[in-house]
Write a protein that binds this ligand. Structure first.
Ligand code: NAD
Length: 289
């Protein structure tokens, strides 16, 4: 009997280095499935972000089972879809589109991915007061996940205060007044001193943006530190936080669980997240998570 086959891919700009093709196809291979995962790089194709609508429509015609969507198309794709899951609708961002029965459904597995990673990697972590650095695309997804996980008060800092203010306002509309607030740079030390945990959602710590996103003296043992950067898995922030005795969570779990959730949606098969975590560590050249 022929193995089931699946046609999937990723639409975005500058996605050549994406690990999604390898994460999806390695898991499919282990399960004996034939799964093609194509990157559709709009920067290489010279297309604007707005072209995502016609690319999704073309994929539907060509029999795609699903697509991942990334920068700069996560918001732009929404008006081209038939349905959204509650997380995607509330967040106003879609990173996974599923084609089924002639309809397109938008999901956000960045939110569900971070949620699972946090529960796995920092079980029982207190979340009464949480500080987050970074209010961009990843920051919007993890802030939503933190409040949905039950964080009582989230203070968001961004070097661009218009972004932290806009994110806090959007979160308060969704979760209720007072759950989120923007922080001014001068308030970071005070907020961290009374926080249970720190979520880091800026690109600082990536090879292209080395260094620390905050003065390390602001960390203390007892504070947990969750990272979204996953290249490298051990960022300077995580190394220094672990050396101080903080509980830490790297960004690899979010990357894997978002891919695993998309894989399940595309194929209807249950992925092994433990094997995918090993794949990710292998792909970024680090010991298994
Ligand atoms: P982005 O450019 O949309 O947002 C980054 C934000 O951080 C910007 O608003 C910027 O002003 C702010 N910023 C930069 N330096 C800062 C600092 N020192 N203090 C406070 N704010 C600062 O980027 P993004 O798409 O949100 O991605 C951020 C990081 O998250 C990247 O490294 C990306 O690879 C990673 N990411 C990880 C996952 C995952 O699955 N683990 C998913 C998405 C993105």
């Amino acid at each position: 009997m022929t193995a089931p086959s699946y046609l999937t891919g990723l639409i975005g700009a500058g996605i050549g280095p994406s690990l999604s093709p390898a994460l999806h196809t390695r898991e499919a291979d282990r399960q004996g499935l034939r799964l093609l995962y194509r990157t559709i790089d709009i920067a290489d194709l010279g297309l604007p972000g707005e072209s995502v609508g016609r690319l999704v429509a073309a994929a539907a015609v060509m029999g795609y089972d699903g697509l991942n969507i990334t920068h700069p198309c996560k918001q732009l794709v929404i008006r081209h879809l038939d349905e959204l899951t509650p997380e995607a609708a509330e967040l106003g961002a879609v990173n996974t589109v599923v084609f089924r029965d002639g309809r397109t459904v938008g999901h956000n597995t960045d939110v569900t991915g971070f949620t699972q990673s946090f529960a796995r990697g920092l079980p029982e972590a207190p979340t009464r007061r949480v500080v987050q650095l970074g209010a961009g695309g990843a920051g919007a997804a993890v802030a939503h996940a933190m409040l949905a996980l039950g964080a009582e008060q989230l203070t968001v800092f961004d070097t661009d205060p218009t972004r932290s203010t806009a994110l806090a306002e959007a979160l308060n509309r969704r979760f209720g007044a007072g759950r989120a607030a923007p922080g001014a740079a001068t308030e970071l030390a005070v907020e961290l001193a009374r926080a249970d945990g720190l979520v880091h959602a800026t690109p600082t710590g990536m090879a292209a943006h080395p260094g620390l996103p905050l003065p390390i003296g602001l960390l203390r043992p007892g504070l947990w530190v969750a990272e979204v950067v996953y290249r490298p898995l051990e960022t300077e922030l995580l190394c220094q936080a672990a050396a101080l005795g903080c509980r830490t969570l790297d960004g690899g779990g979010m990357a894997v669980f978002q891919a695993a959730d998309a894989f399940r949606l595309f194929t209807g098969r249950e992925p092994s997240t433990e094997r995918m975590l090993t794949d990710l560590a292998d792909l970024v050249g680090a010991p298994a998570l």
